[in-house]
Design a protein around this ligand. Structure first.
Ligand code: SF4
Length: 242
């Protein structure tokens, strides 16, 4: 759960808690549910994990190498899930201590972001990118809830993309990841929907990352219009937290 990952837009995953509850259509085939049930665990129970030492270990390695590593948080949960409220301040404090790790915090609970940022958030922690998942047009309000929150990078993950995001407004959004669903029960994605989003990104100056087509396995069909389109955002400079 807390090691190198095959997710193409990050390097590591960190799950300070695991377990979640389904909130919208994109959750239908959530791989965490399948995996937890295979282990005989209740996937709806949010529990603290034993991975809290990992970020400091990765921080030491990254600092020694003079590198920055990307860390996707909560691939097996949601950072802003209400059942994790008692642990989040401690997790924020740990994030602050790891300047060589670039935390990518992605949520479907966009309505909870603002009220659950740390007290010293200010213009955003320099090492935190804040993102929301949007799988279909009825959830583009999540971008509206994100766009005015200060952050080094604001991003959207449109994966699994289930229909065209016709009403998506990319104002103040720095990065858009698009991907089809993969794994058992995968639902189709028309490349035309992704191309439309690529064009929107081009118009708004938003970095565009095409992860993959809808397919039985991850990383299948990574070209869009015959090309790999995998841009990363340039983080805005925010003051270091004192
Ligand atoms: S929010 Fe994410 S982790 Fe939670 S059920 Fe949905 S897909 Fe799974």
């Amino acid at each position: 759960m807390s090691d190198k990952t095959i997710i193409a837009w990050t390097t590591r995953t960190w799950n300070p808690w695991r377990g979640c509850t389904k909130i919208s259509a994109g959750c239908k085939n959530c791989y965490m549910f399948t995996a937890q049930e295979r282990y005989g665990r209740n996937p709806k129970e949010v529990v603290r994990t034993k991975t809290w030492g990992d970020p400091l270990k990765w921080q030491r390695l990254a600092a020694a190498a003079g590198e920055t590593e990307m860390v996707f948080t909560c691939s097996w949960s949601d950072w802003f899930h209400a059942d994790a409220d008692e642990w989040r301040d401690e997790a924020w404090a740990l994030v602050r201590r790891c300047p060589n790790l670039q935390f990518q915090i992605l949520t479907k609970r966009s309505d909870r972001i603002e009220a659950h940022l740390p007290a010293d958030w200010g213009e955003g922690y320099p090492n935190v990118w804040l993102g929301v998942s949007i799988e279909s047009d009825e959830y583009t309000f999540r971008a509206d809830e994100l766009r005015d929150i200060p952050a080094a990078v604001r991003f959207i993950s449109a994966e699994p993309l289930l229909n065209p995001l016709t009403s998506l407004n990319l104002t103040n959004i720095d990065w858009l990841i698009v991907g089809g669903e993969s794994g058992p029960g995968w639902r189709p994605m028309d490349h035309a929907w992704a191309i439309e989003l690529q064009e929107k990104c081009s118009a708004s100056g938003t970095a565009f990352f095409f992860k993959q087509s809808a397919a039985p396995r991850t990383e299948m069909g990574i070209e869009l219009n015959g090309k790999i389109a995998r841009e990363f955002p340039i983080p805005r400079v925010v003051p270091q937290v004192a």
